[in-house]
Ligand binder design. Structure first.
Ligand SMILES: Cc1ncc(COP(=O)(O)O)c(C=O)c1O
Length: 444
């Protein structure tokens, strides 16, 4: 690659690369407007990277899995019990889902080759959207190419700079990015503290102009904590303060409720109290993409005017077909949901019995184990991998340093032996590593 460089330029490049390897960030344009090192988050990310490098540990990030990466997977050629994938009901790889996706590829090709509004519309999109609307009991639904894009596009388009968004502090990044795009005032409340949500909403409403719209934003099953809000209370609060209520069901579809229909089913609440349901196709539905389900007038307005929908390619037909078939299996085989729920509670009990802090998790698909130090968390994850158990780390700066954690994603396809292995391996890994102080600077 450097064949075209002069000898002097090559020497300079080598010197810069060797500095980079030793952890010293080269900043040839330091102080100028072209300096990358001043980008947002660069300092925090650099601190964590340097901390891991100083411990001479392999990075727990960007692990390449081979095969289906369901409850069992292969990493670097080695079989592992896998707790890092969203394949909650084991449908990624189900022969019926694969056959549906393959048939769609044969019929439509891989790409829809256009935005829905132009040439990308296929009957499969409409079928999937009818099924999603039926699932949430709404008039209509709309799909997007990713769950992240769904939140960014929907919230970004719905709200405006004169509006207010009150949201749980643990809400997903895609929601806060949507608020940022909209320019609305963003007001977080402490995780699951609905009293605080109501106070914030009331105060913001008093301070905002008459024309201001308000949105209350929560998740059905929180992606970091594995707990849920009181949905009936969210509905009441939103009504009382004339706000829309939007619920992100990314981790609750297929997970909560006797038949996996999500938080409304689990809590026996009429889903009609929620103005906008949001979900992803990438978790239980074993595809990629996202959706909103709501009243037909909102959906129609989004289809014709939301930039992230109108100016973006359609969901690939094969992914729509996979999600549709997964939805059909979800309805036909509720025993998968029961197995997932039993596994969520089963692993939580095993870990609690060994003294681990699983926070406020209520069972379900997401189970955190709070270790309170990013470096300790990374070391424990590496030790777990050596024992054949793959678990995600959630470290600073994604969460505050004192709540750095492992996050187990549970599947209906984990066996009791898998859960025993994970709990035992975690006990051994943690006692083998002992206490690890946070490195100075992290979270400061
Ligand atoms: C709560 C929540 N919403 C939205 C998303 C984005 O979904 P996707 O990964 O399908 O883009 C995620 C991703 O994990 C999530 O956890």
């Amino acid at each position: 690659m450097s064949g075209g460089l002069s000898a002097t330029a090559r020497m300079a490049l080598l010197a810069r690369l060797s500095k980079r390897r030793s952890g010293e960030a080269p900043a040839p344009d330091a102080g100028s407007a072209r300096d990358f090192t001043t980008l947002p988050g660069m300092r925090d990310f650099g601190l964590l990277k340097t901390a891991l490098q100083s411990l001479d540990m392999p990075s727990p990030l960007f692990q390449a899995h081979d095969g289906l990466a369901g409850a069992h997977s292969r990493i670097q050629g080695r079989a592992v019990v896998n707790f890092t994938s969203y394949n909650y009901l084991g449908l990624n790889g189900d022969p019926r889902v694969l056959a549906a996706a393959k048939a769609a590829v044969d019929r439509y090709g891989v790409s829809p080759s256009g935005s829905r509004i132009l040439s990308g519309e296929r009957e499969l999109h409409r079928e999937l959207e009818r099924a999603l609307a039926a699932l949430h009991g709404t008039e209509a639904a709309l799909t997007f190419v990713s769950g992240h894009a769904t939140n960014v596009t929907t919230i970004g388009h719905l709200m405006s700079p004169r509006d207010i968004v009150v949201h749980d502090a643990a809400i997903h990044n895609s929601c806060t990015e949507g608020v940022r795009l909209s320019g609305a005032r963003r007001i977080p409340f402490a995780h699951n503290d609905l009293g605080a949500a109501e106070r914030e909403l009331a105060a913001a409403r008093r301070g905002a102009g008459k024309a201001a719209r308000a949105l209350l934003l929560v998740e059905g099953h929180y992606s970091m904590d594995g707990d849920s809000p009181d949905l009936a209370r969210c509905i009441e609060i939103a009504r009382r303060h004339d706000a829309w209520l939007m619920v992100d069901e990314a981790h609750s579809l297929g997970v909560l409720g006797a038949t996996g229909q999500g938080i409304a089913e689990a809590q026996g609440v009429d889903p009609a109290g929620v103005d906008i349901w949001m979900g992803t196709l990438s978790k239980t539905l074993s595809a990629c993409g996202g959706y909103i389900a709501a009243r037909a007038d909102l959906i129609d307005w989004m289809r014709h005017t939301a930039p992230g929908f109108v100016y973006s390619v359609a969901l690939p037909p094969a992914l729509a077909a996979a999600a549709l078939e997964s939805l059909r299996i979800l309805r036909a085989e509720p025993e998968r949901v029961a197995r997932l729920q039993a596994n969520g509670l089963g692993l939580r009990e095993r870990l609690r019995a060994r003294g681990f802090d699983t926070g406020t998790s209520q069972g379900g698909a997401v189970l955190p184990v709070i270790l309170g130090s990013s470096v300790r968390t990374a070391k424990v994850a590496a030790a777990l991998l050596e024992r054949g158990v793959a678990v995600q780390t959630v470290t600073f700066p994604a969460v505050p340093e004192q709540s750095a954690r492992l996050r187990f994603f549970i599947s209906s396809e984990h066996s009791a032996a898998d859960l025993d292995q994970a709990a035992e391996a975690l006990s051994q890994a943690v006692s083998g590593i002992g206490r690890v102080e946070s490195l100075p600077g992290l979270g400061a």
